[in-house]
Design a protein around this ligand. Structure first.
Ligand SMILES: [Mn+2]
Length: 347
């Protein structure tokens, strides 16, 4: 095992936290002591996450923080993990997790929510959380005894590194790799606006994380079965005025449309990419552009807001339209339909 347990474990020297300090002025040590003050040896802890790399890594870190301070820590998530990189992360790092619906909430004495907030998902709303640590903007409609929300952070994992360091706990290679990958993903390799603290946490992990494991996780982007949809996409593709269009027909999951749109947007001299497909009873359209003097989100809204849900950012957007809402001229949807529709709105 890589990692000293010479920190503040179980020696009884940690008393209840001192009087409340405003969240901004708290040191990492203040936060750690306050967090530790909530748990006792008999606690069976449930960590609830919406499983993505940041949430998974943060949950592992909390498991490590509480290892000798509580009876057990169980990690549970409600969503299906579909993205291949995430599946590989969980497998390679042997992360023990359970599906939330298989868990009896009443079996646990303490509940912790990470990288999310109780009001984010309906299935979180009837759980009473003792701890919430997150970097999303604070949402209304819930309270918890311990709340650490710092929305300027690029990743919850960066916050958890501060807790680990304050506790003098050096993460194992697996934990450090998970946290390192989480920060990479959530900051999109530091292309997003983040804090210096994210960079400090990242640099700290750099010495411990295994770069080969990170690469293995990052490179696992496509399933072999998905390559057929690439073939269809390339066969279907129409190009006009630096715009790529491709309609794939029925797809097993809208995720494949996203993978293909991201792939096609790497083609040189392409300003826009439009990829569509049918999933269940919906038409899904994925929009990509360079975002420079263009706005994918606005275009998606313009095209589809009257018949479905549409929106996104300057560079990436998505629309979902119930098939029954498609007007007559859009029944038998094809690449040509997609092209015609787009040209009308893009002039
Ligand atoms: Mn996150």
């Amino acid at each position: 095992m890589n990692g000293g347990d010479n920190g503040v474990n179980g020696n009884g020297s940690l008393d209840a936290p001192k009087k409340q300090v405003s969240n901004k002025k708290k040191t990492a040590r203040d936060r750690l002591l306050e967090l530790y003050g909530l748990f006792c040896k008999e606690d069976e802890v449930l960590v609830v996450i919406n499983a993505d790399p940041d949430a998974i890594a943060s949950a592992l870190a909390v498991k490590r923080l509480l290892r000798y301070r509580v009876k057990s820590v169980t990690i549970a998530y409600p969503n299906e993990i579909r993205r291949l990189n995430n599946v590989v992360m969980v497998d390679l790092l042997k992360i023990p997790m359970e599906r939330l619906h298989t868990i009896k909430i009443g079996d646990y004495t303490k509940k912790v929510m990470l990288d999310s907030q109780p009001s984010h998902l309906p299935c979180f709303e009837n759980i009473t959380f003792d701890v919430v640590i997150d970097h999303h903007p604070a949402a209304k409609g819930w309270v918890a005894p311990f709340v650490d929300i710092r929305k300027d952070f690029g990743a919850t994992a960066s916050m958890l590194v501060e807790y680990l360091r304050a506790a003098n706990l050096k993460p194992s290679v697996a934990l450090a790799t998970a946290l390192f990958y989480a920060i990479k993903v959530d900051t999109r390799n530091f292309e997003k606006k983040v804090t210096l603290s994210d960079a400090i946490s990242f640099r700290y992990l750099f010495n411990i994380a295994n770069p080969n494991l990170v690469r293995k996780i990052e490179q696992s982007s496509f399933r072999r079965s998905e390559l057929n949809y690439f073939k269809t996409a390339l066969n279907e593709m129409k190009v006009s005025k630096q715009r790529l269009y491709s309609h794939l027909g029925r797809v097993p999951s809208p995720d494949i449309l996203v993978l293909i749109a991201d792939f096609l947007s790497q083609v040189h001299d392409v300003a826009w990419v439009f990829v569509s497909g049918m999933h269940n009873d919906k038409l899904v359209v994925i929009f990509r552009c360079d975002g420079y003097k263009k706005n994918a989100g606005r275009l998606a809204e313009k095209m589809f807001h009257e018949i479905g849900s549409a929106g996104g950012h300057r560079e990436a957007a998505r629309a979902e339209v119930p098939l029954r809402n498609l007007p007559a001229e859009m029944q038998d949807f094809s690449t040509k339909t997609l092209m015609r529709l787009t040209v009308k709105h893009l002039q």
